[in-house]
Design a protein around this ligand. Structure first.
Ligand code: ZN
Length: 116
């Protein structure tokens, strides 16, 4: 999986903005937390803490950093939408939706079968 690529936004990355640091052209976080994802990063930062995010990103292998960054951002957003259950609540809702769709699909298959 690729990071957000080289064509990320012109502004400083979300990590440098949050830390009030100057974002250099070869900033280690710019590919993973571009300026367009500032709001998402701030949510994640409230949840995990900026220093912990930096620590996690530095400890992860290079090939795993994109997935880690996405997970960090998604978890931050999940806690905004569901401050009680966070990502777990999001997962429960999605599982419920899958079950609902499966039940509907079964119903449709039964109707189709009865009309043959
Ligand atoms: Zn930066």
């Amino acid at each position: 999986m690729e990071a957000f690529g080289d064509n990320f936004g012109p502004g400083p990355c979300a990590v440098c903005t949050t830390r009030n640091k100057r974002c250099s052209r070869n900033c280690e976080f710019a590919a993973y937390f571009p300026s367009e994802l500032q709001d998402e990063f701030e949510s994640a930062s409230e949840l995990f803490g900026t220093q912990n995010i930096i620590r996690m990103m530095r400890r992860a292998r290079v090939g795993q950093r994109s997935m880690l960054a996405l997970c960090i951002l998604m978890e931050g957003v999940a806690w905004i939408h569901d401050p009680v259950q966070g990502g777990f609540g999001m997962m429960r809702r999605l599982l419920w939706e899958i079950k609902l769709r499966e039940a509907y699909l079964c119903e449709l298959k039964a109707i189709i079968k009865s009309e043959k």
